[in-house]
Design a protein around this ligand. Structure first.
Ligand SMILES: Cc1cc2nc3c(=O)[nH]c(=O)nc-3n(C[C@H](O)[C@H](O)[C@H](O)COP(=O)(O)OP(=O)(O)OC[C@H]3O[C@@H](n4cnc5c(N)ncnc54)[C@H](O)[C@@H]3O)c2cc1C
Ligand SMILES: NC(=O)c1ccc[n+]([C@@H]2O[C@H](COP(=O)([O-])OP(=O)(O)OC[C@H]3O[C@@H](n4cnc5c(N)ncnc54)[C@H](OP(=O)(O)O)[C@@H]3O)[C@@H](O)[C@H]2O)c1
Length: 257
């Protein structure tokens, strides 16, 4: 077999859970270094021609979970035309997989400015994953008055993690607000449309029962790059600024492709 490239280590697939025909969770064990909630690492496979195909995937679980940080869940959507994701979809328990030893990424609690009272987590599709990791951080309730999780998907079947979300309601009580958005179906109890429009017409705040404010809110935006761009534009229109280490602002983002 081709030599394992620097930075990758061998792991094993523990199991695969299929949410829909395209959306699945891959549970992997590998001796990676510890990471921060919200970060991503690489998954890789040899391409059969002496090279490797590797892509970034966010870690869904919290590093402080009982099983330890070396058992990881990845939430993945298989793109039939893609090089790696359909191959990951074909993996089963006991299969070999290669994982980046060091996780990275700045969408973490530590990167946020101090003094934030309301945390807004805006996601499309598989980008709910890193937010679940953040929300499962021990003692997070001490830090925020309100936490709003927004998950926008095309179809109701993609509104996953309902059991974990129920546990978050139990844990955070009135501080936790969950806003599901289904863009291509009308589903009772969910919003219909897209995040930027729902921000501009204030429907998102109404549904979350939480008001955005420049003084108290911080937003993380993650997923489809077009959504990230349009949402950033909408937030700027509402008077919010991008957060930089050298210049404090109210929102920050991570693009998935
Ligand atoms: C920081 C970071 C974190 C990421 N985390 C995840 C994750 O947790 N889960 C995940 O499924 N993907 C994630 N991705 C995307 C992932 O790295 C791959 O790009 C994706 O799996 C497609 O790889 P591929 O080789 O199959 O297809 P490629 O040939 O590389 O890409 C095919 C096309 O698929 C689309 N696409 C890629 N990723 C997604 C996605 N997540 N949702 C919708 N459409 C997409 C794009 O249009 C892309 O052009 C992340 C990317 C980055 C940069
Ligand atoms: N999910 C499926 O059933 C399906 C089927 C065939 C192919 N695919 C492919 O699979 C990949 C992943 O699909 P996905 O459904 O997980 O992710 P996605 O295409 O990013 O859609 C997730 C959510 O993001 C919204 N969105 C897209 N562009 C936006 C923008 N500019 N501003 C705000 N919101 C925006 C979508 O709304 P809209 O619905 O309004 O776009 C949808 O609610 C894509 O490459 C897609 O082409 C998915």
């Amino acid at each position: 077999m081709t030599e394992i490239p620097h930075g990758l280590i061998k792991g094993v697939v523990l199991k695969r859970h299929d949410w829909t025909t395209r959306l699945f969770s891959l549970f992997v064990e590998a001796p990676i270094n510890t990471y921060q909630a919200g970060q991503f690492t690489k998954l890789a496979l040899p391409d059969g021609h002496g090279d490797w195909v590797r892509r970034a995937y966010s870690i869904v679980n919290n590093p402080k979970q009982m099983e330890g940080h070396q058992q990881m869940e990845f939430l993945i959507i298989a793109d039939e035309s893609g090089e790696l994701s359909p191959r990951l979809k074909a993996l089963n328990s006991g299969d070999e997989i290669f994982v980046g030893k060091e996780a990275s990424g700045f969408m973490t609690i530590n990167e946020m400015p101090q003094g934030v009272e309301d945390l807004w987590l805006l996601s499309t599709g598989t980008a709910i994953g890193p937010f679940i990791s953040i929300l499962e951080t021990p003692l997070l309730e001490i830090r925020f008055k309100n936490i709003v999780l927004v998950h926008a998907v095309r179809a109701q079947s993609e509104l996953i993690y309902q059991e974990r979300i129920q546990q978050l309601f139990n844990r955070y009580n009135k501080r936790f607000h969950y806003v599901p958005i289904v863009s291509r179906e009308h589903v009772t109890g969910t919003l219909c449309g897209r995040i930027p429009t729902l921000l501009l017409n204030r429907e998102l705040e109404k549904s979350a029962q939480c008001q955005l404010s420049k003084a108290h809110s911080f937003l993380y935006i993650c997923g489809n790059p077009n959504m990230v761009k349009d949402t950033s534009d909408a937030l700027k229109e509402l008077g919010f600024n991008k957060h930089l280490r050298r210049k404090l602002g109210q929102f920050s983002s991570e693009n998935y492709w």
